[in-house]
Design a protein around this ligand. Structure first.
Ligand code: F6P
Length: 505
């Protein structure tokens, strides 16, 4: 069994959507709201602590039902089941895609449960100071070394859940640029620093180079026999890790059926676990699992990831929008966009379909964005008055963690006011001055979440993971491989050889 492979443009729904688009592309959302006072209420999904308002989109009931027809015609239901049931849907790498299994506490594979226990024991010993450095001092700093999926997810979550953080200082080193590592090491003490080396393949140039550099740095003062107190590795390549000099009890497994950009839920998240403690880490996983259940079981018409994905397809393939924005109204979400960029763009930036044929329609969206309210004073001008259509997701937590109500009221007001301004423009307050007029009619989704808890963050991340998958299914591409990163890696090796040869002359 494999994924259905339907060219979306050949479906009946697509043809109907194309015709429907021609009819409604000029219709203004302002009028849609005037004509239907129930619109805001109807086009929203309330689920747990989430309220997803998708009424401010350039869609009618007919658009939505045609998009849902499209989802049926491309075999989305079947594809979702194939993923959850462990079919090798990552066909080009011959792998299952089971990051959802990492957070399924109801039916957990023994090796996952065992690894979670290993993470729990380890992080607790680091946090409570029982596991000490080579001079007998407790660990104060944890440095996670990894790149791409082995860094972006954990780094983003550590930042997002800073409120729940303990006394440990957590650092991430990813770039092969030596300046990154030098700046980080400057602040650190060998006696109290733990290094977590994260690389699923343990072949990634950046991570291996940085790992070797920190190893040398450590050995400048510490004896080789003490490496085991300061270095642990997360990898699927135990053989290569052992060669690096790490003993088996310091290796945490990650499996081939966990894609790098979906791996924060595995031992790749050990730095998160150290930062916020195992209980909070487990709550994050459980939150994501609740979203997995929603995604798998809810009717598509009330299914948050499915609706968000289909709306994005609508803009990407019919309105020809080139990009979409994510605006998190929370300082804690500052690292969400770079994380999302890898999840979305490494997954869906593909130009060959599941039959191996070249694609003649648009696939992966370009995702960008920032943090509200800062972004309002930076790039919002272009969203409001520029010539490009930029659908945007606005995410905001209704309760502040620190109880700063004065700030929180302003934050919320800004978020809601922006979506309103983007919708209405100066429609009702016409102005003579062309420079001061706003056309409005700019699409947004507003995702209101009660509070930034570990569980809520898990649910939020899982929404976007599933959105990516749905879009990949609609576009008939393989979302879980990333062959596009390989050519550059090969050429770097060649170029490096010639740089080294020249230097040796
Ligand atoms: O080069 C891209 C990539 O393969 C990502 O998909 C992955 O997240 C990252 O590199 C890191 O890979 P690894 O964990 O094997 O070092």
């Amino acid at each position: 069994m494999s994924l259905p492979a339907v060219n979306p443009t050949t479906t009946k729904a697509w043809k109907k959507l194309a015709q429907h688009f021609a009819e409604i592309k000029e219709v203004k959302m302002q009028e849609m709201f005037e004509e239907d006072p129930t619109r805001a209420k109807r086009m929203a999904i309330e689920w747990q602590d989430f309220y997803v308002d998708f009424s401010k989109n350039r869609v009618t009931d007919e658009t939505l039902s045609l998009l849902l027809e499209l989802a049926e015609e491309v075999g989305l239901k079947e594809a979702i089941e194939a993923q959850f049931n462990g079919v090798k849907i990552n066909q080009t790498e011959e792998r299952e895609v089971l990051h959802t299994a990492l957070r399924d506490f109801e039916d957990m594979k023994p090796e996952i449960a065992e690894t979670l226990q290993q993470m729990k024991r380890f992080s607790e010993a680091i946090i409570n100071g029982k596991r000490k450095g080579y001079t007998g001092q407790p660990i104060t700093d944890v440095v996670s070394i990894g790149i791409g999926g082995s860094a972006l997810g954990p780094d983003m979550v550590t930042e997002a859940l800073k409120y729940y953080k303990n006394h440990l200082n957590i650092h991430y080193i990813s770039n092969v640029d030596g300046d990154h590592i030098v700046e980080t090491l400057k602040e650190l003490d060998r006696e109290t620093t733990l290094f977590i080396l994260v690389s699923k393949t343990f072949t990634t140039q950046e991570t291996l180079t940085n790992s070797n550099t920190v190893r040398r740095w450590f050995l400048e003062e510490a004896p080789e026999t003490e490496i085991h107190k300061h270095f642990v590795v997360i990898s699927a390549n135990a053989e290569a890790v052992r060669k690096f000099g790490i003993s088996p009890e310091n290796i945490f497994p990650v499996w081939n059926w966990v894609g790098g950009r979906f791996s924060l839920w595995s031992a790749v998240g050990l730095s998160v676990c150290c930062a916020i403690g195992y209980t909070n880490f487990e709550a994050l996983l459980k939150g994501a699992h609740e979203m997995d259940d929603h995604f798998r079981r809810k009717d598509f018409s009330e299914n948050i990831p499915v609706i968000l994905a289909l709306l994005s397809v609508w803009y990407n393939n019919f309105f020809e929008a080139e990009t979409e924005a994510f605006i998190g109204y929370s300082q804690y979400l500052t690292k969400f966009v770079p994380y999302l960029q890898q999840t979305v763009m490494e997954s869906n930036g593909k130009n060959v379909d599941r039959n191996g044929d070249n694609i003649n329609y648009q696939t992966g969206t370009i995702v960008w964005g920032g943090t509200g309210t800062n972004a309002q004073h930076a790039f919002f001008q272009l969203i409001h008055q520029g010539t490009k259509l930029i659908p945007a997701d606005f995410v905001v937590f209704t309760e502040s963690l620190h109880g700063k109500t004065e700030h929180q009221d302003m934050l919320l007001a800004n978020c809601l006011a922006q979506t309103e301004a983007l919708l209405q423009g100066t429609y009702k307050n016409e102005t003579e001055n062309p420079f001061r007029s706003f056309s409005g009619n700019k699409p947004t989704n507003t995702i209101l979440v009660k509070k930034l808890t570990p569980g809520a963050l898990g649910r939020l991340i899982a929404i976007y993971e599933h959105k990516v998958f749905v879009q990949g299914i609609v576009w008939n591409i393989f979302s879980y491989d990333q062959w596009g990163v390989e050519l550059g890696k090969k050429l770097t090796k060649k170029t490096l050889d010639s740089i080294r040869k020249k230097k040796a002359q």
